[in-house]
Ligand binder design. Structure first.
Ligand code: SF4
Ligand code: SF4
Length: 283
């Protein structure tokens, strides 16, 4: 029997659809045919990463980055507050590029079976995972020097929601296609190896108030939690997950992942939060 859709999937579909509609409406509005009641915002206005970069620019050069809106700064503050509480929730539940990669990955799992996400040796994966911090340093540096968010030209998120318009840059489209192809073999490749915003938010895993915790005394070492993690984190040997790549998706806490109740939870040592997965059935 098919598993019922989960809460996270609903949330991901909601944000993917919302951002897609706003992006399409932006194109229509520029042609004078915008849909009433639907926000006419550019993608730059919906990008919390832009908020981070423009604040950096404001602090160092005293100017805002071109094309970045105040809404980006507000989004950035909200995303950071959530990250301090629960980790990179934006990555695991909201980011439409992350969701898009996961959905392509479902097809990849069907094609490659147990070889999915195993094509890159663990030793190489471990090193490659730091590449996104180099990207982050590069983005902050070139933006601070130019006063322009040059990253938008190569950003697959931007390309995904503007490929039909003149706003899409060729490098971004190429990186989007590479990301899509890689998603067939590796789970969330852009998030793992290249996303500068994921790199920044990932730091919150070291200080977040609510963390993923595993109860060693009830664990039966079945490693199902490891297999469920879209970021390739080994949960089964940790008491508390502080890995920089955790995206707070809560997949490892679900009944589909861990067969022993209350063994992997989102908690702060006092309070426990668990998604309501009652009634969901195994595939
Ligand atoms: S450790 Fe758990 S919450 Fe973190 S990314 Fe992996 S499955 Fe998601
Ligand atoms: S899925 Fe649960 S029981 Fe199995 S290894 Fe992970 S924490 Fe332990």
């Amino acid at each position: 029997m098919k598993r019922k859709p989960k809460l996270r999937l609903y949330v991901q579909i909601f944000f993917f659809t919302l951002i897609g509609l706003i992006a399409v409406n932006h194109t229509l509005a520029e042609a004078g045919r915008g849909i009433p009641l639907l926000a006419d915002a550019s993608l730059h206005a919906l990008c919390p990463f832009g908020g981070m970069v423009t604040l950096y620019n404001l602090g160092t050069l005293g100017t805002f980055v071109q094309k970045i809106h105040m809404s980006s700064v507000i989004l950035m503050v909200l995303v950071f507050l959530l990250a301090i509480l629960f980790g990179p929730v934006f990555c695991g539940w909201v980011c439409p590029l992350g969701s898009f990669q996961e959905w392509i990955g479902k097809l990849g799992k069907k094609l490659l079976g147990k070889h999915f996400s195993q094509v890159i040796p663990a030793s190489v994966d471990k090193v490659l995972k730091y590449a996104r911090y180099l990207v982050l340093i590069w983005v902050v540096y070139v933006t601070a020097r130019s006063g322009y968010l040059m990253f938008a030209e190569i950003d697959p998120y931007n390309a995904l929601f503007s490929f039909w318009s003149s706003e899409a840059a060729i490098p971004g489209l190429i990186i989007l296609l590479i990301t899509m192809a890689a998603s067939l073999a590796v789970s969330r490749p852009w998030c793992r190896y290249a996303c500068p915003y994921g790199a920044l938010l990932g730091l919150s895993n070291k200080v977040r108030i609510f963390s993923i915790r595993r109860n060693d005394s009830t664990c039966i070492s079945c490693h199902q939690c490891d297999k469920s993690c879209p970021m390739g984190i080994v949960v089964s040997n940790k008491g508390k997950v502080t890995d920089l790549h955790c995206i707070s998706c809560l997949e490892c806490t679900s009944e589909q992942a861990c067969p022993v109740p209350d063994t992997v939870n989102l908690m702060n040592g006092i309070f426990m939060i668990q998604p309501d997965t009652k009634g969901e059935e195994k595939a």
